[in-house]
Design a protein. Structure first.
Length: 303
């Protein structure tokens, strides 16, 4: 049965006096129309302005063409659209959807484009904790990390009875000679090994790490920071920490027990564990009419 669409166009507001609409009448089109949805979402929560507030700009105000909020927005939206390596910004002429997202269709100076090029964006990404002669924009890493948690807390009108924090690590494959790259045997590639903490669909911690570390490296510090910030706003909310066997580490479990955080971790299968629960495994095998051999391969997984 064909889908019936009653809307003829979608209104995305006004940019410098010009209406921005999504319609179905062809003409001049873009393959990145989803960027308009990202822009509408940002206007609703003000994320780019709040992220830009985590930076300190010491450039001369009268000579600035691209504000920090514009630069941050270009990178965030570009990554979301799949342009993670600044190739999107190498064009001689800026894309119209970039300019629309920046809310700026024309530059104030004749020798500038409405949005920044790769060199300007690269200086932002290489910003220091303190500004230097060649990097006038510095950043506050603590404020940036806390912003993720604050956006999550603001997404609920009232404190929930319980939340589940999922901790995990995964590979970020590398295809060149990037600094700090290492070969990871489990993922069978050169990669980074970022640490993540999610609560449902909300990302609370994205921590980039080299791949020559344990999956749980730094988890105690990050979980402690997130839990402390959550409890400042929701002191009575029960917190359950959930992770696979890669995080079944004594220091993390000890921290949870000492700070009133419930946890549910997987356990990797091993001979000693199988021996301890041999009776239970035999009972499960009998109930499922499965062979009750002594090898771990024929038993239910413990991991």
């Amino acid at each position: 049965m064909p889908t019936e669409c009653s809307a003829e166009c979608f209104d995305f507001g006004i940019v410098e006096g010009r209406p921005v609409e999504a319609a179905f009448d062809a003409g001049l089109v873009t393959s990145d129309a989803g960027a308009l949805l990202l822009g509408a979402t940002d206007r609703a929560i003000g994320m780019m302005d709040r992220l830009a507030a985590c930076f300190h700009d010491e450039r001369r105000a009268g000579l600035i063409e691209h504000e920090v909020a514009t630069l941050v927005g270009q990178r965030v939206f570009g990554i979301a659209l799949g342009y993670e390596d600044l190739t999107r910004s190498r064009r001689a002429a800026p894309r119209s959807d970039d300019a629309v997202l920046a809310g700026k269709l024309a530059a104030r100076r004749e020798d500038c484009a409405p949005v920044a090029g790769k060199s300007t964006l690269n200086r932002l990404e290489l910003s220091k904790l303190e500004s230097t002669r060649y990097h006038k924009i510095s950043h506050n890493p603590v404020a940036i990390r806390n912003l993720f948690v604050d956006l999550f807390l603001e997404s609920s009108a009232r404190a929930p009875r319980q939340i589940i924090l999922d901790v995990d690590a995964t590979d970020d494959p590398l295809h060149g000679e990037q600094e700090g790259r290492f070969f990871h045997g489990y993922y069978d590639c050169y990669c980074y090994l970022p640490l993540y903490v999610f609560c449902g669909r909300h990302l609370l911690v994205p921590k980039l790490r080299r791949a020559n570390v344990d999956a749980a490296a730094g988890a105690v510090e990050e979980v402690a920071r997130v839990v402390a910030r959550i409890r400042t706003r929701w002191p009575r909310t029960r917190i359950l920490l959930r992770a696979d066997s890669g995080f079944a580490r004594d220091d993390l479990m000890t921290w949870c027990e000492g700070n009133g955080v419930d946890f549910l971790f997987g356990l990797a299968q091993n001979e000693r564990l199988i021996a301890e629960i041999a009776t239970e495994l035999d009972l499960v095998a009998a109930k499922s009419n499965a062979p009750a051999g002594r090898s771990g391969a024929s038993r239910p997984s413990c991991g």
